[in-house]
Design a protein around this ligand. Structure first.
Ligand code: DGT
Ligand code: CA
Ligand code: CA
Ligand code: ZN
Length: 621
């Protein structure tokens, strides 16, 4: 009965059981199946746990144990996509609860239990002794996989990325077998890239963190509102720190409570109406206190971008006004500042004779001029995509079957998705050849019949080879509904060669979409170098669609590129690049990039119903 009542609250099952568990202490309810595990001595966020599991995967690979390595990697991915806190699961169900998490078997479940109870587990400690290397410093650096790290450790006693960077810079790295000069050059490049992006975090991770934080702050006594500002509100693809504005009657109590949150490791400064905290993960949380009268001005100031705010101040000065984080003011004859606006952002923009400017547009790409003419575009709304043109299944490197993906896409309110598994040149993924694609198509037909209410399109993510030809014959491409092409190799070609290569690929008459057009990986690898404007021109001419790949690690195209494409009249689409049923949630990150590039709904193909999409896809080059 209690369970039913709680079900009606709409809480997910785990939250329900925690609520139930806290309502009924174990000893008072003999029949009660949940028990709250109070012996847990160590606390870990899902992110911490995933990191440790990834380290285990890395160590296992170094030791040549490929099977366990893959198991740890799968477990880490399961933890990353788990919507509940692993710690809560453990608290309620002990280690048995872990069998609900994808990728976690009995062995790893036992390790995690040890972790919560003792702060580590035996295998982890043994590996750390065997390989005293700082895995975290290597992780995310392109070209520094387990084999290379092992080789560097065995032949040169390299134990961290900074140490390697310094030896490479000085030119004193002893010769390492398998590392030729070209690989060393590439390593140098990726180490420099990593150093310049240090201290920045993925938008997706920080959005999740800030949403949890917002909820926790709103629950503090006296708090009336809490809004995330800064680069997060502008949906920049990487984030330095979290900026928040809070309305509260009691800032002192607020700061004291936040200081004791488990994710906080320390404070940088705590003042009367502002404070900065440091988290265990390594980013800061900046908090400013506002009130009803200053909220708009404070939001405007704290949302940035800095250049946008500076330009607004200059505009205000030209109108003999003063803009600061407390409001827009006019100096009276007696020299006193008179408050004109500041309660809402819109009121400040209006007083400056500007249309309201959405946060995603505040990047000094011409938004002030257009706002003054009242001519800003109506941006594509979040949650407005009807389909997805890039989804990978377990036929290649995706985690789920085509049927599971179809059901998940339906649950995510999509009405069509293209299953675009990789093709043969991408060997690591077990890419499909022409025969494989034929069978793949038959399976898609089967699932289309089996799962009503969603349409699956036959597709492929076809590799662009070095010379711009494709790794699948035209006769096979012809049979697909959606052919996407992408660059997965030869990232370092000269600008001229790379441009020629991509243009050759997209002028193949069967190609419909250029997937993740710059092939960048956030915080890992830069965009490839080519004449983007020229590729956009050719794409438009041949009715080829440019993708905004919404995968949290890509966000490719970015806002600047989107704007160039739209200004040139090219058509875009937004795809999740899902490799897992939980990845359809990425789509709104792609919408964010589209909005940062001034896209309207009509610029994005998959805001349209399937009937229209089919007509556009059928257009010949
Ligand atoms: P991030 O954290 O590096 O991803 O980027 P933001 O834009 O969140 O930058 P952050 O956290 O340093 O500052 C948040 C906002 O506060 C920024 O967008 C504009 C405003 N702001 C910060 N410092 C200054 C400053 O020195 N002058 C002005 N006018 N505004 C500032
Ligand atoms: Ca920030
Ligand atoms: Ca900040
Ligand atoms: Zn790809």
């Amino acid at each position: 009965m209690f369970y039913k009542t709680l079900k009606e609250t709409g809480e997910p099952p785990l939250r329900q059981s925690i609520i139930v568990a806290s309502l009924f202490p174990k000893k008072e309810t003999g029949f009660f199946i949940f028990c709250y595990n109070t012996s847990m001595k160590h606390h870990y966020t899902n992110r911490d746990i995933a990191r440790i599991l990834f380290e285990m995967a890395f160590f296992s690979s170094m030791a040549g144990e490929t099977f366990p390595a893959r198991a740890y990697e799968k477990a880490a991915e399961g933890v990353q996509s788990c919507e509940q806190r692993i710690e809560d699961i453990y608290a309620v169900h002990s280690a048995e609860g872990f069998n609900t998490i994808q990728g976690i078997g009995k062995g790893i479940a036992r390790h995690l239990a040890d972790l919560f109870e003792t702060g580590s587990f035996a295998e982890y400690e043994e590996f750390k002794k065997q390989y005293p290397v700082d895995i975290a410093s290597f992780s995310g650096i392109e070209g520094l996989g387990p084999k290379t790290v092992l080789s560097l450790y065995e032949h040169a006693h390299i134990t961290s990325a900074p140490q390697l960077a310094s030896l490479l810079a000085k030119g004193t790295l002893p010769p390492i077998p398998h590392l030729k000069e070209k690989s060393l050059d590439r390593l140098k490049k990726s180490l420099v890239f990593a150093a310049t992006h240090q201290g920045r975090f993925l938008l997706s991770e920080m959005l999740a963190a800030s949403q949890i934080l917002e909820q926790k702050i709103r629950a503090i006594k006296g708090v009336r509102d809490c809004i995330t500002a800064g680069s997060l509100r502008r949906r920049k693809e990487t984030i330095g720190d979290i900026d928040m504005i809070v309305i509260t009657a009691n800032p002192g109590a607020l700061f004291e409570t936040i200081k004791n949150f488990p994710e906080i490791s320390g404070t940088r400064k705590v003042g009367k109406d502002a404070a900065t905290f440091v988290t265990h993960t390594g980013y800061d949380i900046d908090i400013r206190i506002a009130d009803a009268k200053t909220l708009g001005a404070m939001l405007l100031y704290f949302t940035g971008s800095k250049d946008h705010v500076v330009a607004l101040r200059t505009l205000a000065q030209h109108a003999t006004l003063t803009l600061n984080e407390y409001g827009l003011f006019k100096k009276t004859k007696s020299g006193v500042l008179k408050y004109i606006a500041g309660a809402t952002e819109a009121s400040v923009y209006e007083a400056l004779e500007l249309q309201y400017i959405e946060p995603e547009l505040r990047e000094m790409m011409g938004e002030l001029e257009r706002a003054h003419e009242n001519a800003l575009p109506a941006l594509i709304p979040y949650g407005s995509l009807k389909g997805d043109f890039q989804v990978q299944s377990s036929w290649t490197d995706g985690a789920n079957t085509i049927e599971e993906l179809a059901l998940a896409a339906k649950a995510a309110k999509l009405s069509y998705i293209a299953i675009t598994d990789h093709t043969k040149a991408l060997m690591v993924t077990g890419g499909l050849d022409e025969k494989g694609l034929e069978k793949h198509g038959k399976e898609i037909d089967r699932i289309n019949h089996k799962v009503p209410g969603i349409t699956l399109l036959k597709g492929a993510e076809v590799n662009i080879l070095k010379d711009g030809t494709l790794d699948i014959a035209d006769s096979a491409l012809k049979k697909l509904d959606v052919v996407g092409v992408s660059v997965h190799s030869y990232f370092d070609l000269s600008l001229a060669d790379q441009t020629k290569r991509i243009i050759r690929a997209i002028t193949n008459p069967h190609v419909r979409i250029l997937f993740h057009p710059t092939s960048r990986r956030l915080l890992r690898r830069d965009a490839i170098d080519y004449d983007f404007a020229e590729v956009v021109r050719v794409a438009k001419q041949h009715n080829v669609i440019l993708e905004i790949d919404a995968h949290e690690s890509r966000l490719d195209l970015n806002g600047t590129h989107v704007k160039i494409a739209i200004d040139a009249g090219a058509m875009l689409c937004i795809d999740s690049d899902a490799h897992d049923i939980s990845h359809f949630r990425y789509l709104d990150l792609g919408v964010a990039m589209a909005r940062r590039g001034w896209a309207r709904s009509k610029d994005i193909l998959n805001t349209r119903p399937l009937s229209e999409v089919k007509k556009i896809l059928a257009k010949k080059h």
